[in-house]
Ligand binder design. Sequence first.
Ligand code: TMP
Length: 393
Amino acid sequence: MIKKFLNLGYQPLANSYLRKKQINKKEKKFKLEIVFNDKNFLVSINKKIPTKEMFNSDYPYRSSLSKTMVKSFKNISSTIKKKFNPKFIIEIGSNDGAFLFNFNKKNIIGIEPCKNVATITKQKKYKTIDKYWTKNLARSLTKNNNCDLIYSANTLSHIENLKETFGAINLALSKNGVLILEGPALLPCIKNNIYDQFYCEHIYVFSTIALNEILKNFNLEIFDLNILNTHGGSTRYFIKKKYNKKYKIKKKVQKEISKEKKFGLHKFETYLSFSKRVNKSKEELINILKKLRKDNKKIIGYGATAKSCTVLNYCKINDKYIRYFLDTTPDKINKYLPGSKIKIKKYRKLSKKDADVVFLGAWNFKKEILKKEKKFKKAGGKFLIHVPKVKLI
Ligand code: TMP
């Protein structure tokens, strides 16, 4: 049975940044509710937005803009070369090449349906297919399951049709091939009140127990995993075909499943208490912003993330509280955050003249950002963060 546990209100499409001429027009909004499937333990958003409305030629997200992500992709690439030495790799959701560029052009194909983003890797002469990952595409790219490694990071959460996705993976992957999937993990998300992991593009936030159940339907199984710090807590899964005996299932997999069950990720009550904590977090964030405004503190935002779209719209925060956001992404600059309509300005180093308090929209890059903005902190500037708890740091 599918059970609802969190209502995040009416939300616009998180990556649909508005141009100035659009800010007075009515935006398309949808009710963002989060549900739990008590059969396969899958947590998802209830309303699925047509993919083409989200992943089109206006898609602004660029992986390479974060040093943390570039480093993480570099590390996994060198592990892949050492451990699996693949001759033919497919990356599903290759974005601007942060993973792709670590490999020889001859050995890798990127799949990236956002044409504007796919152009970036095409220009560097990396074979990139600007289409969605489907069984037809898998058939056209591979001859009799000849792909020995499929990698996909922060993409599976975005794809509604898991049957088509894993079906296509099964068609492409060789007998002893390895599938590596990584993305935001449900355990840190629920534990640390990361409700902004949910937005239109994040249809699913996977747990090991849910992925394990889903993979059974496709004769695939997890044989290893890594716990990562990226995106507020991610998991990287190493997956193989069931009859592939080349890799043994590591004890770590069962350990992670036990950890998730101990926390209660298989029980609906766990999600109900998460929902209560999220409501409390909303109240606390609004109260602190009200107090800062009353004290005449200048507040700006840092990192106009898709995640902040969820927070701003759920808590009904607009430019009365946060004057503007700074961001490094070229396609976001001089546009406005959807729903809250807060302006996004080109990033410049933080100065105490610009702000007393900075709301950290890109809290998932806290370490990287705090290191970069040491001077601002030294001069008495504060960061406002809402996870795991609302506080000024
Ligand atoms: P993400 O959380 O969805 O990965 O998005 C991160 C956003 O934050 C992206 O728009 C780039 C922005 N950003 C900055 O503006 N400065 C930074 O130092 C970092 C790490 C990210």
